[in-house]
Unconditional design. Structure first.
Lengths: 461, 1024
């Protein structure tokens, strides 16, 4: 009997010796943040994490290109999300959850970038190209601040007008709760300074070619051309566009897809050189683009549909019409777009392409101090002729500018440009917006509240 | 019929067994024949039925026997024996002087809330009269025949201070159990469940989202194996469970064997469940009329739906047919349970074995929960000093689940939201569908999608207790809770969701292993009138969880649903987590003369989840009671006041119900891009993250009147939860949205009243009443930073109830454009017929600032009221549950009365504003709702008070005269009804459900929720 008792007691003691182990548990599916980015492989994976942020549904995976067309006249809302209805009605409330999700996702992406920008220089592994990694991270950061500014910054009458709304700027990683203290908005000009510095670093350090989906020197240059267009720095926008476009002067169609293969830009993937930077999606890493367009019967949720306005804005014979506004066919619902056709979610998403650069340059050329009418029309007509349309009949600078803006609406439909283009020209009233402050989106109510009003709400919301 | 088939052969075999035992009994009598033989019969005083298995012993000796099937006994006793002790479970023991008698007739009375009753507390038991803490006991026998799935459901309405809400009426759904209010904001607010010393894994292990309803791992536990539930409420009772006790503890004790003749019990019931309330939808013509009107109101009188890209809504409304989806998705659903057990033993070995089959179909088609349980509890005394105890329970449950709540493929949700003119099936046999809608045909949602969960669970414990010296014992116990869950989920290409991807299959596997070792040293000693008891415990627990998730798409048809057939592998991932806990406990009880009682305990806990600096916590408690009725000066009043006790307690317990690694700064995996592995920061660390602490003070008065025919417990408690484990909101611009910190404070206080009375007690007629009543109050005393929103309209703000609703205040409906012009600016698109909201801040514009607290989900009071009437063999049990003074946010109506989209609408929308009907209660129909009439406002807030006839049961037990003839101990037939009738002003399907069941901050919200059923069942209890 004594033996049994000793056995019992020693059993109890045995359990107590493993004490320390019981309290010392380790996570199995995540890493300690203080050491995760101290190795080459960690930083490389962290770099991909930034791209993943851009690809997310609250960023370029959906929000960034749907909202500017829905809060404009290119898309109509046929679905059931009340928060989407607010967009199509141009009656956004600051507590609209789509707005805060997008804001949070964009800033989350920025924080991922800040981590890499800080960690990469400390990697001593000679096989690691620090500058390229930093250049990618900084370009992605500058790009993200630019996208935030497009929605939430600037003035009622456009961008870079001197007194516009800026954004809170975080340029170092948030590693502790203290780092997460709210910061007031910097000025619009300060945000541009940051974006330009980031993009310039990218232009200087990014490689000429890279794997699909990764940034290149051309991509950063093109993004900066877009930025300078918003900032009305026409000469610089032209120069930057030319830097890229001049590489393709000898190529067929100036680097563009042909008329015959226009739709393949989306139906196939990575159609270079027209596609400059393209987010990559696969069966196991998806976006919801086609799902939001497609009807129930074709596997989607019919949330959005090409608007009658966009459909009717096409000229007769425009080969882009069937891309921008589908006709029903087996497996293809009517009034959607061919730019998103894979309802399983593995459509790639093109972030910038040569056609936009031609239109940027056309606009810059007609807008610069000494307008270059011939050059501008050349660029415009390159887009028109690819679309199967005759050369433009516009003559005066105003006519040409309007023709370019019309061309942007058609060429860049479903790509998230329309609302911003109208903002740039103080033309949101064409959308029926009678309250000019609605040219800016409200800062998410959650952000304003959580900051204790340190992050100021945009005027009138 | 089945019942009798099972019963017959059993009867014959029992007879044999009985006669064999009789033979043995005679033999032993012959061998040990002593000086004197006495005989007798023991019966129940109430009905005169013979009591078998009653222990008859000679006082002060080991000589004894038990009564036979007919209640008689025969015993040889020493000639100097003076007193016989007659004792039996649930009956008051009697002592009988032997004198010169040789034949005894003993009538035993059942114990009336007897003070001799023993209450299970943490690491021990206490006689009820000596209890210094707040513990509510629920005897499982009182709930025996109710169609209850799991132990959490059993608690509803049974004890003061305990709130049980159900997220959904779906079979096997989770319950939200709060003991003395919601005790936390972001950490768990659920109690700790301990079954025979094993802390249970709780919560949902499902990896497949199906809407608001979650899976409930407590549904694996078979209520019919349970003997009693003890709900530990105040700190004196809970603090001994330290770091997990802040939300109270539910101790579950399973049935065990006894030193008596084996009794075999068979219990069974069969019932039918049905939905008891529906929301009536518009007819097809009414729906089309509303839709066309909404489109005209928004876009102009000449605009028809097709111009917006909406297909099929253009024709004259009268040309559309009508289909009420509810008729197709609700069913009359059977529920059945079969439970066979045996209980018995001798002085050395006692056993309880049982097997149960439970099967419940949901009132919504294609939902079902089936469960098989097996349990063996075995106790063995190796010798007078060493005792071994063990218990093992196996369960297997299968659920067929359907999606619900906030889910476009939910069954109830789509039945409500799909327009009423689409047929269930088209002429060609395909499902009728709205070509415009994202939502699927409700019947397709139910029938096409396969979503099965099978759940295996083992609960086992093994213990050895050694009596080292008189009064000193040592016990060691090992316990295990192992559960594994397999999910199989397949969406075929015949369902809209599976169409685009050509079939979508998911399989998951999860397992959780929870191991515990506890070593308990007990010592007790009496000196004169002083009684001391000491308990010391060392407890070690470790839990390891792991799971797999696999998904594939693009299947060759819908016949093979295993993932091997899917050509596109979408997901293959696995994860694991773990936590550990060490606790050291000491407790001293002191009593003087049974009058003055003191108890003090302390537990020191270490938990792996917290920051290294804050890993260990100390949880003390003290309590005292004064049994006034034991004082001399009360002697004169004893006929009136039979019992009077005043008790008070204070103590501290903790809450560690957060993520396993919430204190660590983490970078997560899986943030991949372009098929290359990516990493991203997922959590900010906080090395100072520590306990959430609940300090609770409790004072109570316990009164027994008229020989305890009236028992009353009045209790007041204040529970301050400090250092809340709060997900403090961060500005999104920092890259994070929350960080876990110990900030904030919550107060729950309240008054609890329990009254039990025996109103009438005659020979054949008895009427008893039990009432429990709770007046809860809840306040967020302190919060980190700014208030925040939760759920649909819930709001968390300092100084307010946890469970507050916030929104706009409806002022009325605009009748004219002049009114709109004169009113504060709503929107540029506001027109007559839109809602006018109150401009609370007076800035002449309706903005986000014009919102205020508009209600609270915290009731003024709630409780349960049970009346039991028995006449001869008949018993009527009526259980009423009630809640008063709470609001429910009915988000379902924001959709079914939204009049803003293609969603199906309810009949209520017939009373909408039109230029010719300006006295309407609802605003105009307008597509897209530019004035945002649907915003969170008082419009959707409703009184959630209700009184519910929760259960009525009528049973009949055969008289003992009949039973004796057929050698059966007891036969009872019963019929009962669950949720028979509900009185409420609430317009939704069920005022008692909450869609965010696991979110502490958003209670009382209804959104397309699967309602509870009304169940009528009948059955039998048989024991022999």
């Amino acid at each position: 009997m004594k033996k049994i008792i000793y056995l019992i007691i020693s059993g109890g003691l045995l359990a107590s010796t493993s004490c320390k182990k019981i309290l010392d548990q380790k996570p199995q599916s995540s890493l300690d943040a203080t050491t995760a980015y101290t190795t080459k492989s960690g930083v490389e994976a962290g770099l991909l994490g930034i791209y993943d942020g851009v690809s997310g549904g609250d960023y370029y995976g959906l929000a960034q290109w749907i909202y500017p067309d829905l809060y404009a006249d290119n898309l109509s809302h046929t679905g059931t999300f009340p928060t989407f209805a607010q967009m199509t009605n141009k009656q956004l409330l600051p507590d609209n959850v789509n707005i805060s999700s997008m804001w949070n996702e964009m800033y989350n992406t920025i924080n991922r970038a800040n981590n890499i920008i800080e960690s990469a220089p400390k990697i001593s592994d000679p096989s690691f190209n620090k500058n390229v990694a930093i250049a990618e991270a900084r370009t992605l950061r500058g790009f993200s601040y630019f996208n935030l500014l497009r929605f939430f910054g600037g003035s009622n009458n456009g961008y870079n007008k001197g007194t516009g709304q800026g954004l809170p700027i975080f340029t170092t990683p948030t590693l502790s709760p203290e780092n997460a203290a709210p910061k007031p908005k910097s000025t619009e000009a300060e945000v541009y300074t940051l974006i330009i510095a980031d993009l310039d670093f990218g232009i200087a350090n990014l490689p000429v070619t890279a794997a699909n989906g990764r940034l290149t020197k051309n991509a950063a240059t093109a993004l900066k051309a877009r930025l300078q267009l918003y900032r009305e720095q026409w000469a610089d926008a032209e120069t930057l566009a030319t830097t890229v476009l001049s590489q393709f002067t000898a190529s067929p169609n100036g680097g563009l897809m042909s008329s015959a293969t226009y739709a393949n830009l989306w139906l196939s993937k990575n159609q270079k050189p027209e596609s400059i930077w393209e987010l990559q999606y696969f069966a196991d890493d998806r976006n919801f683009g086609a799902f939001y367009y497609y009807t129930g019967a074709t596997g989607g949720r019919n949330e959005i549909t090409t608007s009658a306005g966009l459909r009717n804005a096409h000229e007769v014979g425009d080969i882009r019409l069937p891309v921008n506004n589908t006709t029903a066919a087996p497996g293809i619902p009517a009034n959607k777009t061919r730019k998103f056709s894979r309802v399983a979610g593995d459509d790639n998403i093109i972030l910038i392409r040569l056609a936009e650069l031609y239109l940027i340059r056309a606009e810059a050329r007609i807008q610069k101090a000494t307008p270059d009418i011939v050059g501008s029309l050349d660029d415009l007509n390159r887009i028109r002729s690819r679309a199967g349309l005759p050369t433009s009949v516009a003559v005066t600078t105003t006519e040409i500018l309007n023709a370019i803006l019309q061309e942007r609406r058609i060429e860049l439909a479903h790509e998230g440009h329309r609302f911003f283009d109208l903002r740039r020209y103080n033309a949101v009233s064409v959308l029926g917006i009678t309250e000019p402050y609605r040219a800016l989106w409200p800062i998410p109510q959650r952000e304003v509240q959580t900051s204790g009003n340190i992050v100021k709400q945009n005027p009138n919301y | 019929m089945e019942i009798f088939i099972i019963y017959k052969p059993k009867k014959t075999s029992m007879r044999k067994l009985v006669s064999m035992m009789f033979v043995l009994l005679l033999c032993s009598l012959h061998l040990f024949a002593q000086d004197k033989t006495v005989t007798g019969k023991v019966t129940d005083e109430n009905d005169g039925s013979p009591l078998p298995g009653v222990s008859v012993t000679v006082k002060g000796s080991s000589t004894g026997t038990t009564t036979g099937a007919d209640g008689t006994f025969r015993l040889s006793i020493p000639s100097n024996a003076k007193v016989l002790v007659i004792s039996f479970v649930n009956y008051a023991s009697q002592e009988v002087n032997i004198g010169n008698n040789t034949d005894f007739v003993v009538k035993l009375t059942t114990e009336e809330k007897s003070l001799a009753e023993v209450v299970v507390v943490g690491y021990g038991t206490v006689r009820k009269k000596e209890l210094t803490a707040s513990v509510a006991t629920i005897k499982a026998a009182d709930l025996q025949n109710r169609p209850i799935q799991g132990p959490d459901q059993a608690l509803r309405g049974q004890a003061a201070g305990v709130t049980v809400t159900q997220s959904s009426g779906t079979p096997g759904a989770s319950m939200n159990v709060n003991i003395r209010g919601t005790g936390s904001i972001n950490a768990s607010s659920q109690p700790l469940y301990v079954i025979d010393g094993i802390p249970l894994n709780t919560g949902s292990y499902s990896q497949i989202g199906v809407g608001g309803q979650t899976l409930n791992s407590l549904a694996d536990i078979n209520p019919s194996e349970i003997e009693s539930y003890e709900i530990l409420k105040d700190a004196a009772a809970t603090a001994i469970y330290g770091s997990r006790a802040a939300n109270g503890v539910v101790l579950i004790t399973t049935k065990r064997g006894a030193n008596r003749k084996t009794r075999i019990n068979f219990n069974s019931y069969y019932g039918l469940a049905k939905v008891y309330k529906l929301i009536e939808p518009l007819s097809g013509p009414e729906f089309i009329d509303l839709l066309q009107e909404g489109v005209r109101n928004r876009f102009g009188a000449s605009i028809i739906p097709s111009q917006l890209g909406l297909v099929g809504y253009d024709n004259a409304p009268s040309s559309y047919p009508t289909n009420n989806w509810f008729n197709s998705i609700f069913q009359t659903a059977p529920v059945q349970s079969y439970d066979l057990s045996a209980q018995g033993g001798n002085e050395k070995t006692k056993f309880y074995i049982s097997g149960t089959y439970f099967d419940q179909e949901g009132i919504v088609i294609e939902s079902r929960f089936k469960r098989y349980n097996f349990r063996t509890n075995l106790d063995h005394n190796v010798n007078s000093k060493l005792k071994l105890t063990s218990g093992i329970s196996l369960s297997r449950s299968n659920s067929n689940r359907i999606r619900n709540d906030n889910n476009i493929y939910g069954v109830v949700s789509t039945a409500l939201l799909l327009g009423s003119y689409f047929p269930v099936y088209n002429a060609d046999g395909t499902y009728g569908r709205d070509p415009n809608a994202s939502i699927e045909n409700p019947v397709a949602n139910a029938k096409e999608v396969i979503n099965n969960i099978s759940n295996n669970r083992i609960l086992a414990n093994l213990g050895a207790e050694y009596q080292i010296l008189p009064g000193l014992s040592f016990k060691t116990q090992f316990g295990l809770d192992y559960l594994n869950i397999r999910e199989q989920y397949f969406i075929p290409n015949t369902h809209l969701q599976g169409r685009g991807v050509n079939g979508d299959g998911t399989e998951t596997y999860s397992q959780d292993l929870n191991l515990i070792n506890e070593n308990i040293l007990k010592y007790s000693k009496s000196f004169g009138k002083h009684n001391f008891a000491f308990t010391g415990v060392a407890s070690y627990q470790e839990s390891k969880f792991e799971s797999l998730f696999l998904q594939a798409q693009n299947f060759p048809g819908n016949e093979i649903i295993r993932l091997s057939a899917g050509s596109v592998r979408v997901a293959a991932s696995s994860t694991g987590s773990s936590w550990g806990l060490i606790g050291y406990i000491g407790r001293i009880n002191y009593g003087y003369d049974g009058k003055y009682l003191l108890s003090a305990s302390v537990r020191r806990d270490g938990v792996s989840r917290f920051g290294s600096a804050k890993r260990w916590g100390t949880f003390p408690a003290v309590s005292a009671a004064w049994r006034v009725s034991e004082e001399k000066f009360m002697d004169g009043l004893r006929n009136v006041i039979s019992d009077l006790k005043i008790r008070a307690s204070y103590g501290k317990s903790g809450n560690a119900g957060i993520g396993d690694f919430a204190s660590l700064p983490l970078v997560g995996a899986g943030f991949n891009f372009s098929q290359s592995a990516g990493l991203a920061p997922i959590q900010l660390g906080n090395p100072n993250l520590g306990w959430e602490q609940a300090e609770q003070t409790d004072v109570a008065l316990e009164v027994g009147l008229l020989k305890d025919r009236v028992n009353l417990v009045a209790e007041y408690y204040v529970k301050n939860t400090k250092d809340l484990l709060l997900a403090r909101p961060l500005v999104g611009s920092s890259g994070f949205t929350t960080v876990f910190e110990n900030i904030g404070q919550l107060q729950n206080k309240g008054f609890e009243l329990s009254i039990n009375t025996v109103n009438i007690q005659k020979k054949d007629f008895k009427w008893t009443t039990a009432l429990n009543l709770t007046f809860p109050q809840n306040k967020i005393v302190k919060l980190a930073g700014t208030p925040f929103a939760s759920g649909f309209a819930s709001w968390v703000e300092e100084g307010k109830d946890l469970g507050s609703f916030r929104g706009y205040v409806v002022k009325g409906i605009f009748q004219t454009t002049a009114e709109i012009a004169a009113a504060p600016t709503h929107s540029a698109a506001t027109r007559p017929g839109d809602i006018q909201f109150a401009d609370l801040n007076g800035d002449n514009r309706i903005t986000g600032d014009d919102q205020q607290i508009i209600g609270s989900a915290v009731p003024d009071y709630f409780g349960g009221f049970t009346n039991i009437l028995s006449y001869k063999g008949f018993e009527l049990n009526v259980f009423v549950q009630f809640v008063q003074g709470n609001e429910v946010y009915n988000n379902t109506r924001a959709f079914s009365e939204g009049m803003n989209s293609i969603f199906g609408q309810s009949k209520a929308t017939l009373d909408r504003w039109t230029p010719t009907k300006t006295n309407a209660t609802l605003p105009r129909a307008v597509f897209g709702d530019p004035n945002n009439n649907r915003r969170a406002s008082t419009r959707w807030l409703e009184d959630g008070s209700f009184v519910r006839l929760k259960n009525v049961s009528l049973s009949y037990s055969l008289p003992s005269v009949v039973l004796q003839k057929i050698h059966i101990n007891n036969i009872r037939f019963f019929v009962q009804a669950e949720n028979l009738k509900t009185w409420t002003k609430y317009s939704g399907l069920d005022p008692e459900v909450s869609t965010f069941s696991v979110t502490n901050t958003a209670p009382g919200t209804d959104f397309l929720t699967f309602p509870q059923a009304r169940t009528i069942s009948f059955g039998i209890n048989l024991s022999f």
